[in-house]
Design a protein around this ligand. Structure first.
Ligand code: ADP
Ligand code: MG
Length: 393
């Protein structure tokens, strides 16, 4: 058993024990669903494009039992207090501004889709940092969806659970997100990155075992929270839709890389739309390039592709921030192979690809640069591509 699997095993025991304290009986089972890092393919998912996430060892672990009386009881060890009790008949989109909207939204989405879920008791806890761009929200949704899928014998596949979780987040919580996060949490495999076509949801597992090749991927959580970014996300999304409409395509995915210059010329003086279109079309190409490099064993060569992705997000999509830029600039000038911001932007985390022997020096350089700039100290950890959602007890 890997170290990660062992850690989740320990968490599963503790979560089951706490469930029993709260609800007076042992849970029917315990499930885990991970957070994710997106290796490359940022802001492409709502443009029908390509993404390439991998799962983190960090996971949300939930103990769950069925109920037959139309009641949903929810408890998060990370929030505390008494369990929140909801009636399934009262569940309604955008009626809940608390954390409980995520799991309740999943139950709502399952029932809306015609699945006979009649209630549940839930206790959970998570090692996925919240609001750090590592998708604690998807981990929370997917762990509930998988638990109910197993307990109620729904026989839904990973990609179907991901769709329902996305609907929960878009419609019930009211947060406009693409399909990447939920698919990553539901479908990733240990030692692999997931190449996902967000148009038809076709997937390919791409071997991504950096440790075996003497490299590391660092995640640097800037501790800058991205909660204020929703409006900016909406603006970018609307701008991309405008670009597709002006260019007469269903989505920006339909603009081939080779046709980019012609498309930009057609957008004339729509400067902002031109920048958004340029990012999305070049980013899709960077994902395809990354897949090709990994499949041909040229792993080190993905470094510059990651760094180009950062420049595009910073200069064209304009969603970086001083802390993210500082991570990337410092990492590159202290020997990293590549670096970029990851996630929605305006804070959250950056990823840094380094030779194993440079890990300590690059980490130190980033920490010192943050101290010198008077920024909050970042949290740095090594990301090992880990398993997707699964039953753990
Ligand atoms: P991210 O997905 O990048 O971590 P989001 O803003 O999308 O950030 O989701 C974070 C929200 O998800 C939290 O504010 C909280 O409402 C909910 N959440 C995530 N994990 C937990 C948890 N373990 N317990 C309770 N709520 C959680
Ligand atoms: Mg989220």
């Amino acid at each position: 058993m890997s170290e990660t699997a062992a850690q989740v095993g320990v968490a599963a025991e503790a979560v089951a024990a706490r469930f029993e304290e709260l609800y007076g009986a042992a849970p029917e089972g315990v499930w885990a669903a991970p957070g994710r890092v997106n290796l490359i393919g940022e802001h492409t998912d709502y443009n029908d494009g390509f993404v390439m996430p991998f799962a983190l060892p960090h996971a949300t672990v939930a103990a769950v039992s069925r109920r037959t009386d139309g009641v949903l009881r929810l408890h998060s060890g990370d929030v505390g207090g008494a369990p929140v009790e909801l009636s399934l008949d009262d569940l309604a989109p955008e009626s809940d501004r608390n954390w409980t909207a995520y799991p309740a939204g999943v139950v709502w989405a399952l029932r809306e889709a015609g699945h006979a879920v009649t209630g549940a008791d839930v206790h959970l806890t998570s090692t996925v940092p919240t609001g750090a761009g590592l998708s604690s929200s998807a981990a929370l949704e997917v762990v509930i969806a998988l638990a109910l899928n197993d307990l109620y014998d729904l026989n839904l596949k990973g990609w179907q659970l991901a769709r329902l979780c996305q609907r929960a987040e878009n419609v019930y919580v009211g947060a406009p997100t693409g399909i990447m996060d939920q698919t990553a949490s539901a479908c990733c495999q240990e030692g692999h990155a997931l190449f996902l076509d967000t148009r038809d949801l076709s997937q390919k597992q791409i071997p991504f075992d950096l440790a075996a090749e003497g490299m590391r991927l660092l995640v640097v959580d800037t501790q800058v929270k991205h909660s204020h970014s929703e409006g900016e996300y909406g603006k970018r999304r609307a701008g991309c839709e405008k670009g597709a409409a002006l260019l007469g395509v269903d989505a920006l995915r339909d603009i081939a890389y080779d046709d980019l210059e012609a498309a930009l010329a057609r957008l004339g003086d729509e400067e902002e739309v031109r920048r958004l279109v340029r990012h999305v079309v070049t980013e899709d190409q960077r994902v395809e390039k990354t897949v090709a490099l990994l499949e041909s064993g040229e792993t080190r060569a993905i470094g510059p592709v990651l760094s180009e992705g950062h420049a595009s997000l910073r200069d064209d999509f304009r969603i970086s921030c001083p802390e993210l830029d500082l991570v990337v600039d410092t990492a590159l000038s202290s020997g990293a192979l590549g670096a970029r911001m990851t996630g929605g932007g305006f804070g959250g985390s950056a990823i840094v690809l380094v030779e194993a022997e440079d890990e300590a020096a690059v980490t130190k350089a980033v920490e010192e640069a943050f101290a010198a700039a008077d920024f909050t100290a970042p949290r740095v950890f090594t990301a090992v591509p880990s398993a997707g959602a699964r039953r753990v007890r």
